[in-house]
Design a binder for this molecule. Sequence first.
Ligand code: NAP
Ligand code: F7E
Length: 337
Amino acid sequence: MARTAVITGVTGQDGSYLAELLLGKGYTVHGLMRRSSSFNTERIDHIYEDPHTPDRRLVLHHADLSDGVALVNLLRDVRPDEVYNLGAQSHVRVSFDAPLYTGDVTGLGALRLLEAVRASGVETRLYQASSSEMFGSTPPPQNETTPFHPRSPYGCAKVMAYWATVNYREAYGMHAVNGILFNHESPRRGETFVTRKITRAVARIQAGLQEHLYLGNLDAVRDWGYAPEYVEAMWRMLQRDEPDDYVVATGVAATVRDFLDAAFGTVGLDWERYVRHDPKYERPTEVDALIGDASKAERLLDWSPKVHYDELARIMVEADIRQLEAELSGRHVRVDR
Ligand code: NAP
Ligand code: F7E
C-alpha cells in the first residue's frame, strides 16, 4: 500500500529534501505551506505538480501552524500514515526580536499539531523537529540524556515542543518521536544562517561584487552536517516500531572561523582580508558549543553522517558560485540544480 505523509514547513530547507526523499520512496506527500504575498515555493518548484495532474503525489495546502482548526480539518481529510512537523520560525537571532511569535509558531504550533492528531482521530506517526539549541549552555558532548538549558526564545519554544511530544507519547500512547538535530546545512540553507551567509559572500567577493562580510561571534563552536543526510534519519526514526528520541549529529566540532577557512579556502582567498565585525549579529545570550554524540542513532537507526563541515563548505561554495554565474548570465537557476 502506498503511504501518505504530511510535512509542515515543506517550503523550507529540510521540508524540500524530505519531500524528495518520500516521493522517491513512493509516498504521496501533502505539503503544508503558509500563505505569502510572494512565491515561497522556490525550494520545491522542481517537484511541483500541477493540481490538474491526475494521480499527482505532491499536494500542497495552505495551512499555518497558528491555526489549529485548519490542522484538524487537514489531518481528517488526508489521514496520513506519517506527519513530519518541520514548520517553525527557525532563526535563533530573530527569536530575540520576535519572541512571542516564535513561541506561538515554534512551541505552541507543535502542541496544536499534536492536539490536531488527537482531535481528528487519525492513527499516525509523528516526527517533531527538535533542536540541539535545547542544550544551550550545557557543555558538549550532548546526547539524549543531556539536560536542557536553552539560551534563546527559539530554544525555549523547542524545549516546550519537545516535552509536549514526549507527553503525548506517554499520555495517549501516540507514536511521536523527537529528532534532536544538530546544525545541518546545504545549498538550500536560508541565506541569513551563518554558513550560507559565508558561502554566498565567497561567491560574490570572488566575482568582485562584494567587498566585506559582516559577522558576529566567530568563536562559536558548531557541529555542522549535511541536510539531505539528516532527513534520511528523520524517516528512519518513524520506521521503528517503538517511538523514541534520537540525537542526529556528526560529532565533528568547528568554529565559525574554521568554516570561514574552509569556505574561503575553496577559492584560494584569505577570509581575514574581508571579514568585519558587526555586534548587531551577536545574540543577548549565545550558545557557545554544540557537539553531538549520535551513537544511539548509529546503533538503532543504522544511520551515520558522511559529509563534515569542510566538505560541506566546498559543496555550498561551489553551488553559490554556479547560482551567481547563472544569475549574471540572465538565467535563473536554483542553487543546487
Ligand atoms: P527553514 O528552512 O527555516 O524552514 C522552516 C519552514 O517553516 C518553512 O517552510 C517556513 O515557511 C515554515 N514556517 C514558518 N512559519 C510558519 C508558520 N507560521 N506556519 C507554517 N509554517 C511556517 O528551517 P529548516 O532548516 O528546514 O528546519 C526545519 C525544522 O527543523 C525547523 O523546525 C527547525 O527549527 C528545525 N531544526 C533545524 C535545524 C537546522 O540546522 N536546519 C536543526 C535543528 C532543528 P516559509 O518557507 O514560508 O518561510
Ligand atoms: O548561527 C554565529 C552565531 O544562525 C551559528 C538553526 O537552524 O541551528 C541553527 O541555529 C553560529 C551562532 O545557526 C553570524 O552567533 C556569527 O553561534 O547559523 P546560525 P544557529 O543559531 O546555530 C540550530 C540547531 C537550529 O535549530 C536553528 O533552527 O554562528 N554567527 N556571525 C552568526 N550567525 C548568523 N546567523 N549570522 C551572523 O552574521
